[in-house]
Design a protein around this ligand. Structure first.
Ligand code: C2E
Ligand code: MG
Ligand code: MG
Ligand code: MG
Length: 279
């Protein structure tokens, strides 16, 4: 790098200062234009009722098709979007797209579904969140009872009083709230029960060791039992194996989401699946 021109030296200097690799800086730069270049799409992963096998909801999951790098995982670019503040405009777009899609399915006569949309910490703390959400519902014509917003356990417990204020307003609007990645945030249901919640999503890392680690099985059973007794819906994430499904069924978990049933699907594929599910 010492031999490079002044411009590159400068670049190298800022790179090391911020502690970011050139690759990361590049991603950050192209993410700024991803929305307007229409490189982002929303995929939908069905949520399946354990007893009936029916699709009761969909989770909107963002996908980025980078022109050179191919598909970039949300676990890579969401943190960048979060850090740069781009998550605000991207998140709004996801919410609008997902609500529009759910409305379109309803208008096509498909069975009513809950559409779950992830909110990042920054989105959750943006001052005009409630306005943005109600504006999008009005714009798309989707009734609030068909929307569920997911915040992670970590986001929820960071400032319980703030969380409670915001969630109460969302609840008053008629929107459901899910706690995502439950079990990873080291909180407890006795703290979370202060919040107006509807759904607990057990993190996929627990499901992964469900059938090989008896302690994990006990923990998951305790979460499901306690959660259900508090009136919550319980969703298991990342269900891949029939044995996992059988166990979850035996402990009265309500819904599953996972590759055992469906991977996240394009809007077109999801529409086909819903048409088959109805028939
Ligand atoms: P999440 O909200 O916990 O979503 C579940 C993740 O598990 C998704 O990964 C999904 O594709 C994956 N998954 C589902 N079933 C299985 C399975 O059976 N096995 C395995 N191994 N994985 C499964 P994905 O789509 O890569 O998203 C990762 C995370 O990125 C999400 O975790 C969420 O935190 C974030 N994310 C995705 N889309 C959005 C978005 O629109 N907004 C925000 N703020 N975050 C998003
Ligand atoms: Mg989620
Ligand atoms: Mg999750
Ligand atoms: Mg996650």
């Amino acid at each position: 790098h010492a031999k490079d021109g002044g411009r590159n030296n400068y670049k190298y200097y800022t790179t090391s200062l911020s502690g970011k690799t050139p690759e990361l800086l590049n991603l950050e730069k192209s993410l700024r234009h991803a929305l307007e270049k229409q490189e982002l799409t929303v995929y939908y992963q069905p949520r399946v009722n354990i007893l009936t096998g029916q699709i009761t909801g969909m989770e909107a999951l963002l996908r980025w098709q980078h022109p050179e790098m191919g598909v970039v995982s949300p676990s890579v670019f969401i943190p960048i979007a979060e850090e740069t503040g781009l998550i605000i405009s991207i998140g709004e777009w996801v919410l609008r797209t997902a609500c529009m899609q759910n409305r379109a399915w309803q208008q096509a006569g498909l069975p009513a579904l809950k559409m779950a949309v992830n909110l990042s910490p920054k989105q959750f703390r943006q001052p005009n969140l409630l306005e943005v959400v109600s504006q999008i519902l009005a714009e798309t014509g989707l009734a609030p009872e068909f929307l569920e917003l997911e915040i992670t356990e970590t986001t929820a417990i960071e400032d319980l009083q703030f969380t409670r204020t915001v969630l109460e307003k969302l609840q008053q609007m008629g929107i459901d709230i899910a706690i995502d990645d439950f079990g990873t945030g080291h909180s407890s249901l006795s703290r979370l029960q202060l919040l107006p919640l509807h759904n607990l999503k057990i993190d996929g890392s627990f499901i992964k060791s469900l059938t090989t680690d008896v302690k994990v099985a006990h923990i998951v059973k305790a979460i499901v039992t306690l959660g259900r007794s508090l009136g919550l819906r319980l969703t298991a994430e990342g269900v891949e194996k029939p044995e996992e499904f059988d166990f979850l069924k035996s402990i009265n978990c309500e819904d599953v989401q996972g590759y055992l049933f469906y991977k996240p699907l394009s809007a077109e594929k999801a529409t086909e699946i819903l048409q088959e599910d109805r028939g």
